[in-house]
Design a protein around this ligand. Structure first.
Ligand code: PBG
Length: 361
């Protein structure tokens, strides 16, 4: 009997611990049979069975396509560090929106490229109601009104120092930046964005943006908080894509999180949810699957992963050398986010992945 009671007690203790941590899909009991009665390879033998036993599904509905904008017309400018990605003028972005929508992708996340000479110390272009982001949103909403649009809220595409906030005497100042971000969020809502996504990591910005949006009658505009955003090397290609690579002075470690920290991510998420975030994001993605798992387990809130530019670049670069199967690596990485507990993924691969999903039926 002892050999049964032992595992039972372990099972109960583990169950209590799991319940306290609210881990999703906890293993309730240890496997009862043993080899050779138990053969975990048995269900893997046929394709029908592998499908039946599959625990996680990826669908086009889980994906948000990241789009890089550039001013002009008929522009599709290759981004060197992101093979297969292009800077798109608003008219081309309309085409991308239509294609994404036809593939069942619910939303796009837009980011603007800005020339170095159009940038200023305080990034005033962020508050121009006719800036590239606003014009692109209006064009897309005219042509494809059903698609959701998400705007990044931060100043880095517009500042001449490449930081997400205002730089005063060598410091990124918090509260003064938040005041501008609120204005930026309202301008994005007016242009037609459905989700504003503060990516700046200033303290207190989610609550301030919520109040600012509500004050202007935008109660239904959502906030997706870049809640746990790390100071990461994986943003490199993005900075080239939006024209920040050459201009960024120093690094972002006084506002983005230390990659060593995990408890702190939960505090960031708790704070953003308490301030009214509708959903939270963990960024980057693949190196932070444990954070996604903890965030989802702890809060059960809508949780998104951002598969960032460097993750895209790594897969594309290796695939370009025939060192990995790019399509399989793309699908496997996206599935991993869902398995870790993410509700969805912001990714440069969304359209490509949706095509694969469609072909696979
Ligand atoms: C900046 C911002 C960044 C990304 C999205 N918003 C870069 C940064 O913080 O320097 C990264 C996206 C990517 O790498 O794909 N507010």
């Amino acid at each position: 009997m002892n050999f049964l009671i032992g595992p039972a007690i372990i099972g109960i203790v583990a169950g209590v611990v799991d319940a306290r941590k609210k881990a999703h899909r906890p293993m309730k009991t240890p496997p009862l049979a043993r080899f050779p009665a138990l053969r975990l390879r048995r269900p893997r033998q046929a394709a029908w069975s592998r499908r039946l036993f599959s625990e996680t599904r990826l669908s086009a509905s889980d994906l948000i396509q990241a789009v890089i904008l550039k001013d002009g017309k008929n522009i599709r400018e290759p981004i060197a560090a992101m093979p297969g990605m292009f800077r798109l003028s608003p008219d081309e972005a309309v085409g991308a929106a239509r294609e994404a929508h036809d593939l069942g992708i619910p939303a796009l996340a837009l980011f603007p490229y800005t020339d170095a000479d159009a940038r200023t110390p305080d990034g005033e272009e962020a508050l121009n109601p006719d800036n590239l982001m606003c014009r692109a949103a209006r064009a897309i909403k005219d042509a494809v009104p059903e698609i959701g649009l998400m705007a990044d809220i931060a100043l880095d595409p517009y500042t001449d120092h490449g930081h997400d906030g205002l730089l005063r005497d060598g410091e990124i100042v918090n509260d003064e930046t938040v005041d501008i971000l609120v204005k930026q969020a309202v301008i994005m809502a007016k242009a037609g964005y459905d989700i504003v996504a503060p990516s700046d990591m200033m303290d207190g910005r989610v609550g301030a943006i919520r109040a600012g949006l509500d004050g202007e009658g935008f109660q239904n505009v959502q906030i997706m908080a870049y809640a746990a955003k790390y100071a990461s090397a994986f943003y490199g290609p993005y900075r080239e894509a939006i024209g920040s690579a050459g201009v960024l002075r120093g690094d972002k470690r006084t506002y983005q999180m230390d990659p060593a920290n995990s408890d702190e991510a939960l505090r960031e998420v708790a704070l953003d949810l308490a301030e009214g975030a509708d959903s939270v994001m963990v960024k980057p993605g693949l190196a932070y699957l444990d954070i996604i798992w903890r965030v989802k387990s702890e809060f059960g809130a809508p949780t998104f992963a951002f598969q960032v530019s460097g993750e895209y670049a790594m897969i594309k670069a290796a695939a370009g050398h025939d060192w990995i199967d790019g399509e399989r690596a793309m699908m496997e990485s996206l599935l991993a986010f869902k398995r870790a507990g993410a509700n969805g993924v912001i990714t440069y691969f969304a359209t490509d992945a949706a095509k694969v999903l469609r072909a696979d039926g």
